[in-house]
Design a protein around this ligand. Structure first.
Ligand SMILES: N[C@@H](CCC(=O)N[C@@H](CS)C(=O)NCC(=O)O)C(=O)O
Length: 257
């Protein structure tokens, strides 16, 4: 993918999307999927994982990705704000249900996947642990230490994280099972919603798509892939089949990052 640098992107009008370059970062992939499904074209802007990203910090008040910027409006620095921006710029297909009950369920499940203390947040903590242990005191000064600080890393948080991941996977499995028994193919309601796209993107942190569909660095693929333990047991084949279904029906492959 061709990325603009922040300095150039700030001068451009329209829709710009700041993304973590070089890998299938789930937060960034989910934002790309939402815009793709809605047919919203955007200018990709580079964010470097683990870096202070000073130009991005100056532009948006923070150094993480994704960030969506529409013309001169305030930058959307949270996944939720990016989703609402996409719904506003392209109301159809609606990715947030109109029905109040389904909307609350959809947004609640979205937060369980991309939010603080959610699936991605907790999986990241677990992935940080071996690296932080290997780095020891040296971790504090480098990009790893910066991200660990930014995303709430501590041995106590890691100890809680695996339990949370299992809980969330089990709740997604239960929901999918109920939907399938009711003759429905999506996680909420009768059609595609944002939670299907978040699950599809965040499943990469547990079982990445094969190399021909997701040409990610082998080291990152190795780190992302869960092989055993309670999380592997909770990662139901139906959930991965659902991820494959969403990519097959709604998203472009191979991934480009
Ligand atoms: N602000 C986003 C979350 C963004 C986030 O966690 N981004 C991470 C993804 S791993 C990131 O930018 N990591 C690279 C970095 O911090 O340099 C939200 O509200 O959902």
């Amino acid at each position: 993918m061709e990325y603009l640098e922040v300095e150039e992107a700030r001068e451009r009008p329209g829709l710009r999307l700041v993304l973590t370059a070089g890998g299938p970062g789930p937060w960034s992939e989910a934002a790309k999927g939402i815009f793709a499904v809605k047919g919203l074209a955007y200018l990709p802007v580079r964010q470097a994982a683990g870096d202070a990203n000073p130009a991005l910090q100056e532009w948006t008040g923070q150094s993480s990705a994704p960030v969506a910027i529409w013309n001169d409006e305030p930058p959307c620095t949270t996944s939720r704000a990016i989703l609402w921006l996409a719904e506003r710029l392209a109301p159809t297909p609606a990715l947030i249900p109109g029905d109040a009950g389904l909307r609350a369920l959809c947004l609640g499940l979205c937060d369980e996947i991309h939010g603080e203390n959610g699936l991605g947040w907790c999986r990241r903590l677990v992935l940080f642990e071996p690296v932080m242990k290997a780095l020891g005191d040296a971790a504090a000064t480098g990009p790893m230490g910066f991200m660990a600080w930014k995303y709430g890393y501590s041995p106590e948080a890691v100890a809680r994280a695996e339990r949370r991941i299992v809980e969330i996977l089990e709740s997604l499995s239960t929901r999918l099972g109920e939907q399938h028994r009711a003759g429905r193919r999506h996680l909420v309601g009768d059609g595609l919603t944002a939670v299907d796209l978040y699950w599809a993107a965040f499943a990469a942190m547990l079982a990445p798509l094969p190399p021909e569909q997701c040409p990610m660095p082998e080291g990152l693929r190795d780190l992302y892939t869960v092989r055993d333990g309670p999380v592997a047991a909770a990662l139901a084949p139906e959930l991965l089949a659902h991820r494959d279904f969403i990519y097959r029906e709604y998203l472009a492959l191979p991934l480009d990052f």
